[in-house]
Design a protein around this ligand. Structure first.
Ligand code: AMP
Length: 115
């Protein structure tokens, strides 16, 4: 059996995280190594490796992840100033944790294009 990802261990409450929102389907928590004044992650509570591996039946959860990102961003005070939602998908995007996650970044001017 494959080892659990770090995010599965957070879902299973084996390691701590600063949780911002949780329901039966998703979890939002602060990134441990923030690259912006506000940087949190939103993940499904069941493993999807990345967008490439998403199945047709995952469409509702993909929508829910985005909606929760917007609601947590609102609570974090980012709605007026704006924020960026990023999914690093695969090798060229430097995905390091193979459990789908949305990064939500805000609280500073975010340059474009990203690196
Ligand atoms: P990615 O490069 O898109 O796969 O991003 C993985 C993200 O997970 C990075 O921004 C890490 O800082 C973050 N991360 C790794 N371990 C933890 C953890 N234990 N708690 C919170 N965030 C984490």
């Amino acid at each position: 059996m494959q080892d659990k990802t770090i995010f599965q261990r957070i879902i299973d409450k084996e390691i701590p995280a600063t949780i911002l929102f949780e329901d039966d389907k998703v979890l939002a928590f602060k990134d441990v190594n923030p690259v912006a004044p506000c940087h949190f992650l939103v993940i499904p509570k069941f493993p999807i490796v990345n967008l490439t591996e998403a199945k047709p039946e995952d469409e509702p959860i993909l929508g829910h992840l985005l909606y929760v990102a917007s609601q947590v961003a609102k609570v974090q005070g980012l709605s007026e100033s704006g924020y960026r939602v990023v999914i690093n998908n695969g090798k060229d995007a430097n995905q390091t944790v193979f459990h789908l996650h949305l990064h939500v970044l805000g609280g500073r001017d975010l340059t474009w294009p990203p690196g």
